[in-house]
Ligand binder design. Sequence first.
Ligand code: AMP
Length: 113
Amino acid sequence: MSTIFKKIIDKKIDADIVYENDNILAFKDVNPISPIHILIIPKKEIPTLNDIAVSDKELLGEMFIIAQKIAKKLNINKNGYRVVFNCNKDGGQTVHHIHMHLLGGRSFSWPPG
Ligand code: AMP
């Protein structure tokens, strides 16, 4: 089943894209929980963290490198930021296409709720 993120990848629906290459897309979350809230997604359709394969390890690593670049570009690297992957119901995952939330521009409490 095609997700809303697949439609964004295929440019069937609009998103505020901040980064794109052959493997990865990054865009602003439509319902931000912090001043900076970017979603970094692989173009490959992987529903949940449970579905990652060993062969995806480079792709997952690339997502972190891109998060680092975006954080620097948006000047949140020094103050810091949080990256989050939600998985399934208890993790709060609503879109079943893996995505990294890059959150910044304010401080976050720990542990999360
Ligand atoms: P999660 O709850 O971890 O699955 O996160 C899904 C995120 O996708 C939520 O933060 C939503 O606000 C965001 N989202 C859903 N639809 C869109 C969209 N069309 N464009 C941008 N972000 C979206």
